[in-house]
Ligand binder design. Structure first.
Ligand code: AMP
Ligand code: MG
Length: 337
């Protein structure tokens, strides 16, 4: 009887201790920027902080959504100028323009008319003719964006920040959480992951990298602390044309067509979610050879590339924290950078 009583007392003490050491945790799911997002934060104020972070994501969407006629970007595209752009808009358009030169033209925010011709921003997808694409491409190029008196676009030029917007929204949301004193959070924004600090127990976050050819499987995982992990993949948004072929949303500025240069998934891991987002899109477009060259020349960029023949390329900085999984356990991993 005494033993039984002692056991129950011990169990109660353990339960109380467990509940005291559990940090406050709050999570919420939202639908924004055309994707389901799952946000989780730990510590005091996590509920209030996450609510404000979610509002910030929605605010960024309102600013950058090309399908909302009242968004700031739609105003820019419709009028061809913005005299008083918001700081966010000016920063993103400038960053987009600057990055174009760094990635040899692969990232091009002026491709919007081409993206419209494919119908990616609408419900009616369509394969444009070669002639249409050539015509539209002649009015693209970041040299057609000017920064005198705010932002000005040359005739027929329109911009789309879809390749950078989610990364930026993640960074802004993380800034808000940090202002609230949050030191542990995970923002899963559909293909874009933004983490703050480590897990509440101090260990690293383990982030799965989706297998681009099998959505229910993973290529591998990376262990990170306080970083963004951003993946671009043709499997994220695509349609099947009348010709039975798959057409995805990541456009090669050289051809105006979905990029088919050997890479089927490009993940970039780093401190700045905006840069990771732009670079993951760029590496995808560059293709295996050029992306490897870029990563060899930029040892500060960390990436995981999956090619169509199921080869993995990972940068030196990622190697110690990357673990291949499933079918990739026995494949050769090429370490670059
Ligand atoms: P992500 O999913 O981040 O790779 O971005 C893909 C989105 O970026 C597309 O849905 C388009 O809105 C936009 N986009 C497509 N091709 C390009 C490109 N070459 N440069 C910049 N943005 C692009
Ligand atoms: Mg991107």
């Amino acid at each position: 009887m005494k033993i039984k009583f002692a056991l129950i007392a011990a169990m109660i003490v353990t339960l109380i201790l467990c509940s005291c050491s559990q940090p406050e945790e709050y999570s919420m799911d939202i639908f924004a920027m055309d994707t389901y997002m799952s946000l989780m934060a730990y510590g005091r104020n996590s509920e209030k902080a996450l609510e404000e972070a979610a509002e910030e994501i929605e605010k960024t969407e309102e600013l950058l959504s090309v399908t909302r006629p009242d968004s700031e970007i739609s105003q820019l595209n419709e009028n061809g100028f913005l005299e008083n752009p918001s700081d966010d808009m000016l920063y993103l358009v400038k960053t987009g323009v600057e990055l174009n030169g760094e990635v040899d033209g692969a990232f091009d925010i002026t491709l919007y008319p081409v993206i419209q011709a494919w119908g990616f921003t609408t419900e009616s997808k369509n394969i444009p003719t070669e002639e249409t694409l050539v015509g539209l491409l002649s009015d693209t190029g970041v040299a057609r964006v000017h920064f005198e008196n705010g932002i000005t676009l040359d005739d027929n030029t329109k911009v789309d920040l879809g390749g950078i917007a989610k990364g930026y929204a993640g960074k802004k949301a993380a800034d808000i959480l940090k202002q609230y004193g949050i030191t542990s959070a995970l923002l899963n924004m559909g293909g874009n992951i933004q983490t703050i600090g480590a897990k509440p127990d101090g260990s690293s976050w383990k982030i799965g990298i989706k297998d681009p050819q099998n959505e229910s499987s993973l290529v591998g995982s990376v262990e990170i602390i306080d970083k963004a992990v951003v993946t671009s993949g043709g499997y994220e948004r695509f349609f099947i044309g009348d010709d039975g072929k798959r057409y995805h949303h990541i456009i090669d500025p050289k051809t105006g067509k979905p990029a088919e240069n050997g890479i089927i998934s490009a993940t970039v891991i780093g401190d700045d979610g905006t840069l990771c987002d732009a670079l993951s899109t760029s590496l995808y477009i560059m293709g295996t050879e050029k992306a490897s060259e870029y990563l060899n020349a930029h040892s500060e960029t960390n990436a995981i590339l999956v090619t169509e023949d199921r080869t993995l390329y990972i940068t030196r900085g990622i190697e110690p924290v990357f673990k291949p999984l499933n079918e990739y356990i026995n494949t050769t991993i090429n370490v670059i950078g």
